[in-house]
Design a protein around this ligand. Sequence first.
Ligand code: ATP
Ligand code: MG
Length: 463
Amino acid sequence: MNQPNDGAPAPVIVARADHPLSRSMISTSALKVLYQLKDAGYQAFLVGGCVRDIVIGMEPKDFDVATNASPEEVRRLFRSCRLIGRRFRLAHVRFGHQIVEVATFRAAGDPIEPDADDTDDEPAEEPPSDDRVHDDDTGRLLRDNRYGTVDQDVWRRDFTCNALYYNIEDFSIWDYVGGVADVKSRTLRLIGDPETRYREDPVRMLRAIRFQAKLGFSIHEGTREPIARLASLLEQIPPARLLDEFQKLFLAGFGQRSFELLMEHGLLEQLFPATAAWLAEEPDGMAARLIRAGLANTDRRVLEDRPVTPMFLFAVLLFGPISAAAQKRFETGSQAGQAIAEAADQVVAEQNRRIGIPKRFSIPMREMLALQPRFHRREGRRALAFISHPRFRAAYDFLVLRAESGSEDPAVARWWTEIQELPQEEQQKRVGADDGPSGQPAGAGRRRRRRGGRRRSAPTPES
Ligand code: ATP
Ligand code: MG
């Protein structure tokens, strides 16, 4: 870091009377952790997003504590505490469902989040002796294992707004990096030399976008400028860590904004190369409209506290490339649903090199997409049976999106909306499945004819 650790600069200390953070805004669990550390003679600060969010009047998502107690010392202090992380150990203190993350101050340098593959279940190893390892070629920080003091810890943080320390000792805020002023002017600014910080951890580029989208801050020129230039550094990041970041960008209620900003900064092609290529050719086509409608829809659900799933989002984001690949297979004779399923596999396999899509998302996504042609069958018992298919709901929601964005006839979506609201008898009449005298469903004959017409039923992108 470009900041010396000896002769470290003193923080500006903002007294309790001069900032808006009051204890009533801090979760009781986090307060317990802070007080218990303090009572045991340690320093204890709230730090990171929670301080920032409270200062700007948002409700924090979680509370992070920083302390000079070592992970072992933290573990001994709390009954329900486990150590996680391989590269760097963190303590998770549990109170019922709530977890307070407690990190020991780190010496000079950089942080990096726990490895994406760290889990709660993994016992932490003893840290190797003090060391920090950079990759010689890329400058990326590979290992950082030193504990330090608060005035060393601050320099490893990413943005100035994330480096405010709330001291439980006297309720003051310690600001080493001008974070208070940046929060006031709603500016996102990397601590230190931006290019060096992005090279150390390219995920910081995605974090910049995320905070811009979430907080409505603007990115300071020096912090913004290198992003487009360094975007390809994200190729070094493991797909599992990118999946984490993807979820934070797209499943927290500001996905549409995140998407626009990723495009603007040239980062979408790092996360979704096939989608970005598709959008470059047809910036206002069906796929673009579907993405925008799908993200808006997801954001709305998040704000209404309704469940959202990454599988639906992956379908929305990959629909352009998948339907193009499906169309090719369809034209060479595959049945529509089969063509889509195979196309989904092909596109997901490519996509997995960037963001790893777990099978628990990719399998239902493929199924939901492959069901789309079935909406064209609106006669006979099988049409009705579709409504009780376990994946019907998701497939129907996707159909509605497609209709909204021009990849499906709105009359088809309307028909399925209406039929779900009818009493059972009416439903049967509607599909012609009220039994005739022979017991033969009235729709049977017509169903046969539709097969010849299935060419129309492949969901194809508008060209
Ligand atoms: P939110 O919780 O709203 O997503 P946050 O700022 O708390 O935002 P976290 O990912 O929870 O973000 O990280 C907590 C803190 O750890 C950050 O505020 C920052 O100080 C530090 N941090 C996290 N990731 C990095 C990183 N990649 N590089 C440097 N510092 C980081
Ligand atoms: Mg946080």
